[in-house]
Design a protein around this ligand. Structure first.
Ligand code: NIG
Ligand code: FE
Length: 413
């Protein structure tokens, strides 16, 4: 199937030099082409060019973009969108003055979600998660990473990861799976954290690897959750089984998680609301992508990560939604991109690069996704006509996305 998209006002996010991530000053430039066409062949982008040079092409289908823009789909490299039910009671607790950590200490938070998940069948969990998947597709996401971590027993972690596998098999977007057994200490192991870490290493990880259920491993390395020494042990064991690390770090305190992530060659270290100069220094020259989740800072009323300083020091950053029931009950990547500009002073160009190519890098998918490049998977959306690229971040609530294509096929969201 060959599809020609004609009359595109502007193609955004073109990358032709083979870069798999953009760092520092590179993030400020967004490759664009005005008055353009784009051709897909099967699931891939075949070519693009200027309408002046379009000529006659033998195609199966023509799509008129009506002067709107064409963007690469968002690559959301950090979500927890498989979960049971919701946690709006804790939202009220927060309004009434409790902090995220206080709620967690009272057995709420992640343990609350683990109880709900335990009592939900795999089928029901899949149905609930697929609603969220359809929701994020409609908001422009074309690749997503999904974590386990609301199971906290071997059986329930496997249940979650099987749901993620089924989403991968049935949904039109690209999915990567992360095993996050070290999200919190399971209720039965409270006071015996070391034993829970042993359970992760001796039982959960081998079971996950035996079924080939995860691409990555993650640890919540933060105050009140997992220590650096425990994180290191889990990551080393996971790497022996072929799972590359991604880390939650420095959300609640400067935790040492960034350093251990870099040491263990994590693909990304995520959150980073608390960053010192040493953390930034540790990331410089590494292959680890710092990933910022401004939706979580917004929802919990926390400080935002120092994106400007990180970019100034030459780092690339990725943006992701953190879609989860406790700290970010939204997978809206447009909102994330706008928040990055409003609260972290990233330019719209930097934010779009961070939410597309750098997000793809943070999932190990940048060879095939994250930009408009001939040969990459044809994941893109068309917008209404807009006066500028900046308008997309500025008019942050206006429904601007008009049509969505994933793997070359139009998706009706
Ligand atoms: O990324 N920080 C740890 N994990 C999630 C929140 C999980 C939850 O509260 O359910 C996060 O913010
Ligand atoms: Fe998270």
């Amino acid at each position: 199937m060959r599809t020609l998209v004609r009359n595109i006002g502007k193609i955004v996010g073109i990358e032709t030099s083979g870069r798999l991530r953009l760092c520092g000053g590179e993030m400020a430039a967004l490759g664009t082409l005005d008055d353009a066409w784009l051709l897909t062949e099967g699931d891939r982008i075949a070519a693009f060019g200027r309408m002046d040079d379009c000529g006659e092409m033998a195609v199966d289908r023509t799509v008129d973009a009506g002067g709107g823009m064409l963007f690469p789909s968002f690559c959301d490299s950090h979500t927890h969108l498989v979960y049971a039910g919701s946690r709006e009671q804790e939202f009220l607790d927060k309004i009434n003055g409790l902090s995220y950590e206080e709620i967690a200490r009272r057995g709420g938070g992640i343990l609350n979600s683990a109880d709900l998940l335990h009592n939900t069948s795999e089928e029901e969990l899949y149905e609930q998660a697929m609603e969220r998947v359809r929701e994020i597709i409609g908001m422009g996401t074309g690749c997503v990473e999904i974590k386990s971590g609301y199971g906290l027993t071997t059986a329930d972690e496997l249940k979650m990861l099987r749901v993620i596998r089924r989403i991968r098999q049935t949904a039109p977007l690209a999915v990567r799976a992360t095993f996050l057994g070290a999200h919190a200490v399971a209720r039965d192991y409270i006071g015996r954290q070391g034993e829970y870490v042993n359970l992760i290493i001796d039982e959960m990880l081998p079971a996950v690897a035996a079924e080939g259920l995860a691409d990555f491993v993650d640890v919540f390395c933060d105050r009140g959750f997992f220590r650096v020494s425990e994180t290191r042990r889990i990551l080393k064991a996971a790497r022996r089984l072929g799972l590359q690390p991604k880390i939650h770090a420095n959300e609640l305190a400067v935790s040492g998680g960034v350093q251990v992530g870099v040491e263990e060659e994590a693909l990304s270290v995520d959150h980073l609301e608390r960053m010192g100069a040493e953390e930034i220094e540790a990331l410089r020259g590494s292959a680890t992508m710092p990933t910022l989740l401004p939706g979580a800072a917004f929802f919990l009323g926390m400080d935002y990560p120092p994106a400007r300083e990180m970019i100034r020091r030459g780092l690339g950053v990725a943006l992701a939604s953190d879609y989860n029931p406790g700290s970010s009950p939204s997978g809206n990547m447009r909102m994330v991109v706008s928040l990055a500009s409003i609260r972290m002073r990233m330019t719209p160009a930097e934010a779009i690069n961070a939410a597309t190519l750098n997000g793809a890098y943070a999932m190990g998918l940048a060879r095939d996704y994250g930009s408009i490049t001939a040969g990459k998977v044809a994941n893109f959306f068309l917008t209404r006509p807009m006066p500028s690229v900046e308008f997309f971040s500025y008019a942050y609530q206006t429904p601007l996305i008009r049509r969505i294509f994933l793997a070359g096929e139009e998706v009706v969201a």
